[in-house]
Design a protein around this ligand. Structure first.
Ligand code: MG
Ligand code: MG
Length: 305
């Protein structure tokens, strides 16, 4: 079993994509997280770091299909991201993918599925992202990537590969704003959804134990796709679609600590950071801290004092 955390080199790649969302500014997310000191922070915990730069989307001339706005531009950028992330996996390096809106996961998750075969997918999000062009209320593609990578449509978002993720190996944590048709579809396809109310009742540790069982069941490892809007806007104000009653930053760190402890991570997406709506880059800094926690940042307790 190859775990990302045993690899020597972390490769960072951003996607300056904002066409999957309505509010502008998430295209600057990769810049904000780098400015928070991500590269230095990863080096400080003992990894080699490669910065592979950013995918720059083509300029859009029209929204296109109103049920899948900017489909052409998003697919074109995601196909390039897919191939770049696939190369990182093939080079035995560990990819950290910075968004950008969550539509970029159609490229990044598909690359992990293509390389490793059967993967688990942990989706930390206020939203289900399980819409498709038939049931979407908005036409925003950042509400569709989880469905697409699971082979539940729209297939056009993952047309560059046959690789898909089995919904039975997918866990969503932090959900609290989902569309009725989306909820029905998540249930019918067998995705494990842990809503914020489940976390209130059972606590994040118990929920994570259950979710880890789902995403490691017969899989080669875990792709983590972390949408910053899973966190409460009080802790993470710089996101495109803030939703009250979110995870605390402490709960976010527990998620990352538990993932670090089990050494099964294959890749990390960190998406939806919006510097235009942020307060002195507090959300960008939090994103960087969450990433290095997943990578095994050593804390006081770990010194065994
Ligand atoms: Mg999302
Ligand atoms: Mg979201």
């Amino acid at each position: 079993m190859v775990s990302g955390l045993q690899k020597k080199t972390v490769s960072i790649i951003g996607s300056q994509m904002d066409m999957g969302a309505v509010r502008k500014g998430v295209d600057m997310g990769p810049l904000a997280i780098r400015h928070a000191g991500l590269i230095r922070m990863i080096r400080d915990i003992g990894y080699q770091v490669k910065d592979c730069g950013d995918i720059l989307p083509m300029v859009a001339t029209s929204e296109g299909n109103p049920r899948m706005r900017y489909e052409k531009e998003i697919n074109e950028a995601n196909e390039r991201l897919f191939h770049r992330v696939l190369e990182i996996h093939e080079d035995q390096e560990f990819p950290v993918i910075l968004g950008g809106d969550h539509s970029i996961a159609a490229g990044s998750v598909s690359a992990a599925a293509q390389h490793f075969g059967k993967i688990g997918l942990l989706w930390i999000d206020a939203h289900g992202d399980f819409n498709d062009d038939r049931i979407t209320p908005t036409g925003n593609i950042h509400g569709m990537p989880l469905s697409a990578v699971c082979g539940c449509g729209p297939d056009s978002l993952v047309s560059f590969t046959e690789a898909r993720v089995d919904p039975h190996n997918v866990a969503v944590i932090g959900a609290r704003e989902m569309d009725p048709e989306e909820i029905k579809k998540l249930k019918s396809k067998g995705v494990s959804v842990y809503a914020i109310s489940d976390i209130h009742i059972s606590g994040i540790r118990k929920i994570m134990e259950d979710a880890i069982a789902v995403v490691t069941d017969g899989t080669e490892g875990i792709h983590l796709s972390f949408d910053m809007d899973a966190l409460d806007p009080e802790d993470a104000p710089g996101v495109g679609t803030p939703v009250l009653n979110g995870l605390t930053s402490r709960e976010g760190f527990i998620i990352c600590e538990m993932l670090s402890d089990i050494h099964r991570l294959l890749a990390i997406d960190l998406v939806e950071t919006n510097p235009l709506l942020d307060n002195r880059n507090v959300t960008g800094r939090l994103a960087a801290e969450l990433i290095i926690t997943c990578l095994g940042k050593t804390d006081y307790q770990s010194f065994g004092i």
